[in-house]
Design a protein around this ligand. Structure first.
Ligand SMILES: *Cc1c(COP(=O)(O)O)cnc(C)c1O
Length: 370
């Protein structure tokens, strides 16, 4: 008998369920014979990168024969300036997903515990498991991270705590007050990773200013991304802010050219384009309110959102509603894999996309047209 590949594999990865990527939208259109399907499944920005950003990408394309700047010099400098840090406090990633992995691989030793909220971003437990860490899952409470319970779950072997704020898939936040109480209870040696992918949609007086913890020397990592409000999900660029010593450790294992030159140019241009972010944030906010009203009309409950997506309860099999919506050319995300059998996560789209979603939902739920 020949040796099986699985028997050769790193044992930590064998328990990980493979990530199931959705079908490309073009494939859905072809399969169902529908011309203009819409994707409200991955919390992307429905607006394309601004003209200014697209011009910067095209300009960078002319130098596509060269390797990117492996240090991300200009982008790190611009980010440092924006946040009042030194470039040594910034690490760039191929999306913030890569940074989650970089920090976990840099700090989590086999057998170390990581406290992870649930349901939350599926990437956290996957990466912890692949690194041989112990996942300590802490259930949400009323769709919000239960920071009290998470603090209680910390033991002397807890190396890392994940705080997705806003949380995905619930789109709720933990407040400045709650985070302050939490941080007072976290031991000095425990690393807290604040994943703030949706921060632009969540900002308000109650939203925590977590960069202060980095400034005050706490073991804190703040992750941000250009994938959501900045419209650059396809370019793959995110960044982490932390103490220079922590960043230096991640740089030991970071692939030198992890962020490509088009992504660096795009992100630099996007940083100077606050008007685009403001436009998106305003559009998403209006879209949230439109969808709340329509969900109410349809008799659906939902979790009020501080991000660009909404968790809605369809009161029946979400997998079934998801399938039926596909036939109307609308792709959403059923929460069945999280054990939420009747919940859909729906990304807020353009006004036109939102109307199309509502029309499809109304039809699928057997409600009369408005
Ligand atoms: C979308 C998202 C990200 C962003 O990932 P990128 O790799 O930067 O595209 C990070 N964290 C959460 C919780 C997200 O939902």
């Amino acid at each position: 008998m020949s040796t099986q590949w699985e028997s050769l594999a790193n044992e930590h990865i064998l328990g990980i369920a493979p990530y199931e990527p959705g079908k490309p939208i073009e494939e859905l259109e072809r399969e169902f014979g529908i011309p203009d399907a819409i994707k409200l499944a991955s919390n992307e920005n429905p607006l394309p990168p601004s003209d200014r950003v697209q011009k910067a990408i095209v300009a960078a394309l002319h130098h596509g024969n060269r390797y990117p700047d492996g240090s991300g010099f200009y982008l790190r400098q611009a980010l440092a300036k924006k946040h009042g840090f030194a470039p040594e406090n910034i690490v760039l990633g191929n999306g913030s997903n890569e940074l989650i992995e970089l920090f976990v691989r840099s700090f989590l030793r086999p057998g170390d515990e990581a406290v992870i909220p649930h349901p939350s971003f599926v990437v956290y437990p996957m990466i912890v498991q692949a690194a041989g860490g112990v996942r300590v899952m802490v259930m949400l409470r009323d769709h919000r991270l239960d920071l009290e319970a998470m603090a209680r779950a910390i033991t002397p072997t807890t190396k890392l705590v994940f705080v997705a704020n806003p949380n995905n898939p619930t789109a709720t936040i933990v407040t400045a007050n709650e985070v302050e109480h939490f941080m007072a209870r976290v031991p000095e040696r425990t690393i807290v990773m604040f994943d703030e992918a949706y921060i632009e949609f969540a900002l308000g007086p109650d939203f925590p200013e977590t960069l202060q913890y980095v400034k005050h020397g706490r073991k804190v990592v703040v992750l941000r991304t250009f994938s959501k409000a900045a419209s650059l999900a396809g370019l793959r660029v995110g960044y982490g802010v932390a103490d220079a010593d922590a960043i230096a450790l991640t740089n030991r294992i970071r692939q030198p050219f992890n962020v490509n030159s088009l992504a660096q140019a795009a992100a630099l241009a996007a940083l100077e384009d606050e008007a685009h972010v403001m436009e998106c944030v305003r559009m998403i906010e209006a879209g949230r309110h439109y969808l709340y009203d329509e969900f109410k009309n349809l008799g659906l409950s939902y979790v009020p959102s501080r991000a660009n997506f909404i968790l809605a309860d369809v009161g029946r099999s979400a997998a079934d509603i998801y399938q039926k919506l596909l036939h109307h050319g609308v792709i959403v995300r059923p929460m069945t894999p999280f054990g939420m059998e009747t919940a859909l996560r729906i990304t807020v789209g353009t006004p036109e996309e939102n109307r199309k979603l509502v029309k499809a939902l109304r039809s699928v739920l057997g409600k009369k047209p408005a």
